[in-house]
Design a protein around this ligand. Structure first.
Ligand code: ADP
Ligand code: MG
Length: 364
């Protein structure tokens, strides 16, 4: 897939910007705090309907403005796609999506029109931090590849919140106890569906990440990933999850929260058999994240049949020459958007259009 144009209006520090990217590499260069990451954030918004760095859409609207707009046109095998995301502080619907000229009913309709992989220095947290970061990584990837997953995940979050609220209410009013059965059944069904997708994704990612890591480290390090879950890999996964929810009921009632389910999932990550999170050096953790990102690209390409776009936010300067070379090889195969303070960070990569970024203004 290829982005043909990106138009921003009152988005972050841009009053108005139009980007016509190169089919190869488009570079956004400039000093700190000028608006480089904001461009990638706009692209991410087009991929997933949300920013990669804030859950509050309001922050994306230019200070002093009431609304913002991001519009993107892509070329794919089946033709041209055009989608727009409108954010408005004053509207009842604070976020709206348009597909072509038609307003979408759900944000999820956006998914699939633009597919991308973003790699930024903060991604180190996928390996370094707790399970929530790894679940988020997995959920983002699966959501953009499988819209059905996105809807199921939304439903799972709602169901879990409702069950947790009910657990608190039962503590005050025990006669509500029988209504818990219905929530358990729903949570088990949807949990099993999500777990099936996650297990499959981790299997795909682990194979690709292992290969990428092997070549990154010249065969010195073996990266292993596996899915950790309370759900089982069996045709009756939902039934078994329901059994576990029932078994944990007394504990859940006492703690007034749900202790069993996919909100406890994790991805195990080891390098040469040692847990990367605890024993990996900073350099090893960085390589592991890079391998994960390269795996993400492969998985997306395989599932959609088209290369996704690649977004690199300030990562080049942090990579040593070996890792940089690996990344540059991939850059040469997909449409890439890169931010950097110094264009020389990209030495060796296919050069493309360079936009200089200064205080929300772009110049070529
Ligand atoms: N909603 C907003 N309205 C106007 N300016 C904003 C908004 N949000 C962030 N900014 C400005 O955007 C700049 C940061 O942009 P960013 O893309 O993160 O910088 P960098 O070039 O370092 O990647 C800062 O100057 C910040 O003040
Ligand atoms: Mg930045």
């Amino acid at each position: 897939m290829r982005v043909k144009s990106l138009v921003l209006k009152n988005f972050r520090n841009y009053e108005q910007a139009t980007i016509v990217p190169d089919s190869g590499v488009t570079i956004f260069a400039g000093p700190n705090a000028q608006g480089k990451t904001n461009i990638l954030e706009a692209l991410h918004l087009c991929c997933l309907g949300r920013s990669h760095r804030t859950a509050r859409d309001e922050e994306l609207i230019r200070w002093g403005s009431q609304n913002a707009r991001v519009q993107i046109q892509t070329a794919q095998r089946d033709g041209t796609h055009e989608v727009a995301i409108l954010l408005d502080k004053n509207q009842k619907k604070k976020k709206q999506v348009r597909i072509g000229s038609r307003p979408a009913e759900r944000i999820g309709e956006l998914l699939g029109h633009v597919c991308g992989v973003l790699f930024s220095p903060e991604d180190l947290s996928i390996v370094k931090d707790g399970p929530a970061e790894r679940r988020r990584f997995l959920d983002m990837q699966l959501s953009q590849l499988r819209p059905q997953y996105f809807y199921s995940l939304q439903r799972a979050v709602r169901t879990l919140n409702q069950r947790n609220t009910l657990l608190k209410e039962i503590a005050k009013n025990p006669s509500l106890l029988p209504t818990l059965d219905m929530w358990d059944e729903q949570l088990a069904l949807i949990g099993a569906e999500i777990a099936r997708n996650r297990r499959e994704a981790v299997a795909l990612l682990s194979e690709e990440a292992r290969k990428a890591h092997d070549s990154l480290t010249g065969g010195r390090e073996e990266l292993r990933l596996w899915y950790i879950s309370q759900t089982v890999d069996a045709p009756d996964a939902a039934g078994q999850l329901l059994g576990r929810l029932r078994a944990a009921r007394q504990e859940d009632l006492r703690r007034m929260t749900t202790t069993v389910g996919i909100h406890r999932d994790d991805i195990g990550v080891t390098i040469n058999g040692k847990e990367a999170r605890t024993y990996g050096s900073q350099g090893q953790q960085r390589s592991a994240v890079l391998s994960l990102k390269l795996a993400q690209l492969e998985m997306a390409a395989r599932e959609t049949g088209e290369a996704p776009i690649l977004m690199l936010d300030d990562v080049m300067s942090e990579l040593d020459p070996g890792r940089r070379r690996q990344l540059i090889e991939r850059i040469d195969r997909v449409q890439t958007f890169v931010t950097c303070t110094d264009v020389s960070d990209l030495a060796g990569a296919r050069q493309g259009t360079v936009y200089h970024v200064e205080n929300g203004l772009l110049s070529v």
